[in-house]
Design a protein. Structure first.
Length: 196
């Protein structure tokens, strides 16, 4: 868990530096990868916060609760940055179209990569003690994998025309979430053994 805490602190310092050092040359186009990424990742992060708030209120596992607090703080901060950039570019939170179009993968009713369904969130809210931690860790691992997929998409498709601060944040998100996935899998395996 110390590894997760250090990663969260490092990411918070990096995001603060990004906020202070951002000097956009001009707003990206409305249909650009940068705008699409910021919109969709803001929604993606909001769900991670939602999942973590459910866990925080239902878990008795101090390590998992601490993880949830870290996710709430980190992802809410990053979401604020994404929304701030959209506002500074004159872009709204939604363009009214399909999510993930910037990555070439829109589809009617298809959720973003890693997003939990309403049923899964309801199941998390109903899970018994102990089981809630396992359910949360499984959902968070999937969520992080989806976030890495989205950052990969921006960094592949959106290098040209993407403001450097957005690129740096995407790189930081990808690195931290990749590192966290290993720690989350270890935590999950430990708790799954405890339920047997």
């Amino acid at each position: 868990m110390n590894r997760l805490r250090l990663l969260a602190v490092a990411l918070m310092l990096l995001t603060t530096g990004l906020m202070l050092g951002a000097r956009p040359a001009g707003p990206p186009e409305e249909d650009s990868a940068a705008v699409g990424f910021c919109r969709d990742m803001a929604v993606h992060h909001q769900q991670a916060v939602e999942l973590s708030l459910v866990l925080r209120d239902r878990s008795t596992d101090d390590k998992v609760r601490l993880l949830a607090y870290d996710v709430i703080g980190t992802q809410a901060t990053q979401r604020g940055m994404l929304l701030g950039w959209l506002a500074s570019w004159g872009s709204g939170l939604s363009a009214g179209g399909e999510s993930m179009a910037w990555m070439g993968m829109p589809g009617t009713g298809t959720p973003m990569p890693g997003m939990a369904t309403r049923e899964q969130i309801a199941g998390l809210a109903r899970a018994a003690p102990g089981e809630v931690d396992v359910a949360y860790l499984r959902l968070l691992i999937t969520h992080h994998l989806g976030g890495v997929h989205m950052t990969d998409g921006l960094l592949r498709a959106g290098v040209t025309g993407t403001p450097p601060e957005v690129r740096r944040l995407a790189e930081a998100m990808r690195a931290s979430q990749r590192a966290e996935i290993g720690a989350l899998r270890d935590m999950l395996a430990e708790r799954e053994r405890g339920l047997r």
